[in-house]
Design a protein around this ligand. Structure first.
Ligand code: FNR
Length: 380
């Protein structure tokens, strides 16, 4: 099999980060490639994938289909693009370039609350393609309701509520750059443009957010979006103002997965935020099967953190995930080639997934079962 033109973006998952580095400022590179603490959880995310091995089956040739149904919609694949904040620090057109790419490759895109383009701009860029909205849950209900109302009106279908970021972790690569992107990259982000936020900001500071970008006012703004102080009971407010599916992102403990069922949400993302929050936390794939065993028949379990190859996607599906969120790799594609770069990364991953499924004798997502895997710890 030959490609008609050479790819803009390397097809080697182990070279992608280095290629993107060439296109990024030191600060932007540190923000995407860095993690919390000594990046032990980032390492654990990858090691967890290495510890599960596929056992390929033979003489089962049948056409492979990646088709997947999530929350009542049938998609061509189980992939979803992760929420990623402040994308204009990676590429001038930021979220809109990503959104157009997602629409072109027919993969849902999850817009972050911390985006550098508005809810409405990204919706326009996507036409009628599937889009999800990720909430950094504001402390003030008025802002939460305003964001949800706007997202609903702009056609976002699934609400992803990120629970693991009541504050940013200790992230040395950012700190060494004197850079806290959620704060210093925030000038034109969605939260700032929200009318309810602007009203509350003016009441507190006597100025518009755009006229008062100081470290203190930005820290104040970040605190507004921190979600600190919310409880499981507070999810009722989100349910009141969001009629579509609600998915909780950042679940790692089986009891939190059970609490999500109790709270009546529709799904969870088993995720440790790509090792960017609690350093020393367990690799995300290591908790997937126990969570699926506990709640997989009661809500939709999705997965992220550390997915880099087609076989990674297959492993997460075999351990019971119904869909897989892709993070850093497409951000690297965005940095290298904007919309085309994101498209190439996603298309490459989908082709790799399909090819690997076929080679392993798996016909599709339903054929990804736990007996296709074995846990092996190689040493030395
Ligand atoms: C993130 N992530 C994230 N998550 C979220 O809920 N809202 C956000 O705004 C962001 N922003 C963000 C920025 C950057 C640069 C990265 C790398 C990550 C976390 C993201 O959605 C996802 O959980 C991780 O990226 C998954 O880990 P890997 O696969 O990228 O290592």
């Amino acid at each position: 099999m030959f490609l008609s033109t050479l790819p803009l973006v390397t097809t080697d998952p182990n070279k992608l980060e280095a290629q993107a580095k060439e296109h990024l400022s030191a600060k932007s590179y540190a923000y995407v490639a860095g993690g919390a603490g000594e990046r032990a959880t980032m390492d654990a995310n990858r090691l967890a994938f290495r510890q599960w091995k596929l056992i390929p089956r033979m003489l089962r040739s049948s056409p492979v289909s990646l088709q997947t149904t999530l929350f009542g919609h049938t998609h061509p694949s189980p992939l979803i693009l992760c929420p990623i904040g402040v994308q204009r620090i990676f590429y001038p057109d930021g979220e809109c370039a990503t959104a157009r790419a997602a629409a072109a490759v027919r993969v849902p895109y999850t817009l972050s609350t911390a985006a550098s383009s508005t809810i409405e701009q990204v919706a326009d860029a996507m036409g009628d393609a599937h889009r999800w909205y990720q909430l950094y849950w504001p402390k003030t209900d008025e802002i939460t309701i305003s964001l949800l109302t706007r997202a609903k009106k702009a056609g976002y279908s699934v609400l992803v509520v990120t629970l693991d970021t009541p504050a940013l972790a200790w992230r040395p690569w950012d700190l060494d750059q004197g850079y806290i992107p959620f704060v210093t990259g925030l000038g034109n982000e969605v939260g700032f443009s929200d009318p309810a936020f602007q009203r509350i900001f003016r009441a507190a500071h006597g100025k518009d957010p755009a006229d008062d970008i100081t470290a203190a006012s930005l820290a104040w703004a970040q605190d507004v979006f921190s979600g600190r102080g919310h409880t499981w009971d507070d999810l009722r407010l989100l349910r009141e103002h969001w009629s579509g599916p609600i998915v909780l992102k950042g679940i790692q403990h089986v009891d939190d997965a059970r609490a999500a069922v109790e709270a009546g949400v529709d799904g969870i993302v088993v995720s440790n935020h790509g090792g960017r929050q609690v350093d020393g936390a367990i690799g995300s794939l290591s908790v997937l099967s126990e969570i699926v065993d506990a709640v997989g028949d009661k809500l939709t379990v999705l997965f992220d953190s550390g997915v880099r190859t087609g076989v990674d996607v297959i492993k997460a599906l075999c351990l019971g995930a119904k869909g897989v969120l892709l993070g850093r790799p497409w951000v690297y594609g965005l940095a290298i080639g904007g919309q085309k770069g994101v498209e190439q990364v996603v298309k490459g991953l989908l082709a790799d997934t399909e090819q690997s499924m076929g080679l392993a004798g798996i016909a599709g997502v339903d054929g990804c079962t736990r007996d296709m895997l074995r846990f092996v710890e190689y040493s030395g």
